[in-house]
Design a protein around this ligand. Structure first.
Ligand code: ZN
Length: 78
């Protein structure tokens, strides 16, 4: 048996689709503040972490996902 050095992420294994039209699936990669979780938390590979961020931002733009979740502890300026 092989000891795989690189483990594939859930998207690579096709157990999950990153799609802005499916906010329910994107939500699991966000915390309750509506922020995208870091790579170490999502356990996605670099490629799909980027894809995730892209899809989430797309979903936000068309209001499928919130920019801000329940509560924002800090005020952020854009
Ligand atoms: Zn991947």
């Amino acid at each position: 048996m092989y000891h795989r050095r690189k483990r594939k992420c859930r998207v690579c294994e096709q157990k999950l689709t990153l799609d802005y039209k499916r906010p329910a699936e994107l939500k699991q990669f966000m915390n309750r503040l509506g922020k995208i979780l870091p790579k170490r938390a999502t356990r996605l590979c670099a490629k799909h972490q980027r894809a995730l961020a892209l899809q989430i931002n797309r979903a936000r733009k068309i209001a499928l996902l919130p920019y801000v979740g329940e509560r924002e502890p800090m005020k952020m300026r854009r």
